[in-house]
Design a protein around this ligand. Structure first.
Ligand code: NAD
Length: 495
């Protein structure tokens, strides 16, 4: 791992830049910095950021070492007394300024997001717009004192206090939005933050650090980048009070283990294997485009994307045909090219995993549309629809996190609910029917944090979002999502 660290003496850095210039036509002149204690600083090393649409190097990003992680946590700890004592409304005003600054540069952020993440530019624009809306939303919330009860003998009040230093750890599929969902409520509640993006998508987070450096007091937000090597140091750090983590279930378990040493507060938003159940009264032509969109959004790299579809036998063939037609008509390509509807898989490791899922589908099912990787540079997978696949296939049991969708047949509603629930995941699910009351009855039997009816992937800013079973612990979004960044103190007064 350390071999990947290039020491950043001025000379070495210049040489690295020149080498990079000659290595790839994708070279973009960048000058990214970590944010530690209000200063934009070079990393102890660098790491290469790859453009997934080409497989070539996009740029270098600074990479922190353990000492810089400790400096970031120390800065956040030192800023906490001042920031937590700043009135909540004043913190809200600074959040609005952050949102305004992001809005002023939204085009640059969106383009950079497409370059590092791969998603089509219109979807990157959407992600930045949602990020801005998220900051603005949290800036409107409040944490008032609540009277829990009052009678002739006592008055009991609940106060919500900030926790301290929050570690915000994010994955590579929605790097900006998932960061804002953590940073905005953490700051409004009076916490300070050390944020760490995924190593393959650090750039938009680092650019956000430039806005924080301009707007927030020193140390309130700190941003470090690692190469998957500083996570444990951050989540076990004695001066970190809470970890707000989004990522895979496997990593979430490690986070929980290392956070246990100092009993940190945790929010874990983890993997999913959402089932969509299509009842026999649904119209395949009407529901297929919505199901397809729910599965293929972000090239299938969404925690709450549809990962398995169960269709009643009476409309099974028609639904498979519709989904196959949609897959064939999807324009896959570089997210910066106009007309692209689906971008590449974000990184090579995931690209290889998704190719394995396609292979599994070939062996255990029948491919209706799509044929694995595209024969071109970059990490492109054709949207793939698979039918007549066994419940035990990897593609059905595991989280594929790519544009490969299994469609399964059922005849009995009780049986399909059992099959949908037969998983350790419990993030989301959906039921599709022309009879909403009937669909509600089925939705109520799905064991997941969110179940939609006749839609999927709709997460409202004011609607609590949480994973059941091994899809997570704790809540994000809404007032509850804000309160997760606080400790309730009960003040019980005699009268
Ligand atoms: P990942 O678990 O590999 O990485 C997530 C983050 O954790 C990265 O920043 C990574 O550097 C960091 N990390 C790695 N090892 C760590 C450790 N030991 N301790 C602490 N942090 C560590 O996940 P990924 O591959 O980046 O993202 C894909 C996964 O994220 C999928 O499983 C997906 O379902 C999940 N996800 C969940 C949600 C949700 O809200 N539930 C949203 C988006 C993505």
């Amino acid at each position: 791992m350390d071999a990947n660290i290039k020491r950043t003496g001025t000379e070495g850095k210049e040489r690295a830049r020149q080498e990079q210039h000659t290595r790839t036509a994708d070279f973009v002149m960048t000058d990214y910095r970590l944010l530690i204690n209000g200063s934009l600083v070079e990393g102890a090393g660098t790491l290469e950021v790859i453009n997934p649409a080409t497989g070539g190097i996009l740029t270098d990003a600074p990479r922190a070492d353990r000492a810089q992680l400790d400096q970031a946590v120390a800065a956040a700890k030192a800023a906490f007394p001042y920031w937590s004592a700043t009135p909540l409304r004043k913190r809200g005003v600074l959040l609005v300024k952050l949102a305004e600054a992001l809005a002023a540069e939204q085009d640059e952020f969106a383009r950079l997001l497409t370059e590092e993440q791969g998603k089509p530019l219109p979807q990157a624009i959407d992600e930045i717009a949602h990020s801005i809306a998220t900051i603005r939303y949290f800036a409107t919330l409040d944490l008032p004192l609540e009277v829990v009860k009052e009678d002739s003998k006592q008055k009991v009040i609940r106060q919500r206090k900030p926790l301290g230093v929050v570690a915000a750890i994010t994955p590579w599929n929605l790097p900006m939005l998932l960061l804002m969902i953590k940073v905005a409520p953490a700051l409004l509640a009076g916490n300070t933050v050390v944020a760490k993006p995924a190593p393959t998508t650090p750039l938009t987070t680092l650019k956000f650090g430039e806005l924080c450096a301009r707007i927030l007091p020193a140390g309130v937000v700190n941003i470090i980048v690692d190469q998957n090597d500083l996570g444990t140091a951050l989540t076990s750090h004695p001066d970190v009070a809470k970890v707000a983590f989004t990522g895979s279930t496997a990593t979430g378990k490690k986070v929980m283990e290392s956070a246990a040493r100092t009993l940190k507060r945790l929010t874990l938003e983890l993997g999913g294997n959402d089932a969509a159940i299509v009842l026999e009264d649904a119209d395949p032509k009407e529901v297929a485009p919505k199901i397809y969109a729910g599965a293929m959004f972000n090239a299938g790299q969404a925690c709450i994307g549809i990962k398995r579809v169960y269709v009643h036998e009476s409309i099974y063939d028609a639904t498979c045909d519709e989904l196959g037609r949609l897959a064939q008509g999807t324009v896959v390509g570089d997210g910066l090219e106009q007309g692209t509807q689906m971008g590449p898989i974000q990184n090579k490791v995931q690209f290889e995993k998704v190719k394995e899922f396609v292979e599994d589908a070939r062996q255990n099912g029948k491919i209706v549309a799509g044929n694995g990787a595209l024969e071109r540079e970059g990490y492109f997978i054709q949207p793939t629809i698979v039918r007549d696949i066994s419940d035990n296939a990897r593609l059905v049991r595991e989280e594929q996190f790519g544009p490969v969708l299994p469609v399964l047949r059922y005849s009995d509603i009780d049986d399909v609910i059992t099959r949908a629930n037969d998983t350790d995941f419990g993030l989301g699910g959906s039921v599709w029917s022309s009879d909403r009351d009937r669909a509600f009855g089925v939705a109520a039997r799905i064991n997941a944090g969110t179940v939609w009816v006749n839609k999927h992937l709709d997460v409202g800013l004011d609607t609590p979002f949480a994973g059941a079973k091994q899809s997570g612990i704790g809540v994000e979004m809404g007032q509850e999502g804000l309160e997760e960044f606080t400790q309730a103190t009960i003040i019980n007064m005699a009268k």
